[in-house]
Design a protein around this ligand. Structure first.
Ligand SMILES: *Cc1c(COP(=O)(O)O)cnc(C)c1O
Length: 495
């Protein structure tokens, strides 16, 4: 029997995994969830013997049941190969008294690569399985890292086009350069005069626009989403938590069956939701520690039960977490409401109209697995500095938010069980802020001088992703206002 996917906003819609991946978003703007979370089906003692690809197959085959073994292995083998700069794919490193699972060894040196290197394969396989003849147009809003990872994944993939919108002044210089130098005839990159939430809203509106959908179909196109709401992103992200657990058994940090904590620097709530899935599959996990930057909507939510986006949007040194509407939280809301679509819809409507909602005490009780806290800009900077001084390890600002929140968690709870921090970006992607935190004497250097200096002080090899943009020409120059996004897309597609 195939595992079907239901929507957080409709009682009737049920689709196969490949359909859910193709559709991206469910009807009414709902998000897909598996009808039940499958169990791991692997003895914990086996995990340390499994490499990344074996672990990926064990986990993903439980979710994507309408893919044949051959199809799924093809997707996995093509995704997790020498594009990654280490055989381990996601190496586990000891940083002080915690373990960091480094999710930034892929093509674009951020954790988005973990899912976006496989999504194009999952999607094109799904198109074949469902007899889709249209070209798939991937439409994506990015707070910095998704855009480049999606561009790298989809560039020159036959039968696809990819259009990325990013906040013109809301990403790091290296992030922007990575995107605007992207090669591939099927790639389009647009800066908007606005923030990430506006980019995301513009994209969601286009997805929901029936007239646009019709005109696209007439021209032989259909939209799909590479954003973290696509279950084709969520499912591959479950893998590395299971993998990390196996590595911890292997290095003696835990025995099979011991519970660990997981700390995740969070923005759109996709990465930590994957950890929640891993826990519900049977991975022994105690707390899921949700780390926010100064845009601390989620900290407030886990503390009070009220989600309130009515606040100033703060640009921080961890731009990929500068988000006030965490899209994937809807999945947790729905689950915590006992899979009640009406309850979920009511809250999402309130979010839309009032910018806030409050969950019931019962729902709050259902999400006790989560602990939320946040790191200020000053604390993040100090954390980068202190880890470097003590461990000679450079953390990027996103991961530093997580390391900082973990210290707060320990202070709050006295819980010192073995813990994994999701380390989400290479420090080379955020050289200015990272080197500035090490020593203010670096502030006068140019972006690429900083890269060389980082290499000198750490001895960590400069990633290919950085070398390749040093002298690359800018090929994407379009900039628009948020209300012009649709006409820009129509222009690209010749509608
Ligand atoms: C996207 C991103 C995050 C946030 O992940 P979510 O799944 O959106 O919560 C954290 N760190 C980095 C480096 C990212 O690119």
């Amino acid at each position: 029997m195939d595992l079907l996917y239901k929507s957080t906003r409709s009682k009737d819609e049920k689709v196969s995994a490949s359909r859910a991946i193709l559709n991206g978003l469910a009807e009414n703007g709902g998000l897909y969830l598996p009808e039940s979370i499958p169990s791991l089906g692997v003895e914990l003692e086996e995990l340390p013997k499994m490499n990344y690809r074996d672990t990926a197959y064990a986990v993903m085959s439980k979710y994507l049941t309408d893919y044949s073994e051959e199809e799924l292995r093809y997707c996995i083998d093509n995704a997790y190969d020498s594009k990654f700069d280490t055989e381990e794919i996601a190496p586990l490193v000891k940083v002080g008294d915690v373990y960091g699972i480094e999710l930034f060894h892929g093509k674009t040196i951020a954790f988005k690569d973990m899912a976006l290197s496989i999504l194009p394969y999952l999607l094109t396989t799904a198109a074949k399985k469902n007899n889709i003849k249209n070209d798939i147009v991937i439409l994506t809003a990015t707070s910095g890292d998704t855009g480049k990872a999606a561009l790298a994944g989809f560039a020159d993939v036959p039968g696809t086009k990819i259009i990325v919108f990013y906040p013109k002044d809301g990403v790091s210089p290296i992030q922007e350069k990575q995107m605007v130098t992207q090669k591939g005839d099927n790639t389009f990159v647009v800066g908007i005069h606005g923030n990430f939430d506006q980019a995301q809203t513009g994209v969601k509106e286009m997805f929901g626009n029936e007239d646009l959908k019709k005109r696209m179909a007439a021209a032989g196109f259909q939209f799909s989403s590479a954003n973290s709401i696509n279950i084709g992103r969520l499912v591959p992200q479950v893998v590395y938590y299971v993998y990390a657990y196996g590595r911890m058994i292997k290095n003696g940090a835990i025995k099979a069956g011991d519970k660990i904590n997981i700390v995740v620097p969070t923005g759109n709530f996709g990465n930590i939701l994957a950890a929640y899935f891993a826990k519900n599959m049977g991975l022994p996990v105690n707390k899921l520690i949700c780390a926010s930057n100064e845009n601390k909507v989620l900290f407030d939510f886990f503390t009070t039960g009220e989600y309130n986006r009515n606040r100033e949007f703060i640009l921080t040194s961890s731009p990929s977490m500068d988000i006030l509407i965490s899209s994937n939280l809807e999945r947790l809301i729905y689950l915590s409401a006992g899979c009640d679509t009406d309850k979920n819809m009511k809250l999402m409507k309130e979010l839309n109209s009032e910018g806030k909602y409050t969950i019931t005490p019962e729902m709050k009780n259902n999400i006790k697995d989560f602990y939320g806290n946040y790191a200020s800009e000053k604390e993040t900077k100090e954390t980068i500095h202190d880890i470097y001084e003590k461990e000679h390890y450079l953390s990027d600002p996103h991961s530093a938010v997580a390391y900082c929140v973990y210290e707060k968690y320990k202070k709050d709870t006295k819980d010192i069980r073995p813990t994994v921090v999701a380390s989400t970006a290479s420090p080379y992607k955020f050289t200015r802020n990272v080197m500035g935190a090490v020593d203010s004497k670096y502030d006068s250097l140019s972006d690429f001088e900083l890269v060389d200096e980082m290499n000198r002080i750490t001895g960590v090899k400069i990633p290919g992703a950085i070398e390749e943009i040093r002298n690359a020409p800018v090929v994407h120059k379009t900039v628009c206002d948020p209300d012009e996004m649709q006409s820009v897309v129509e222009g690209f597609l010749g509608l």
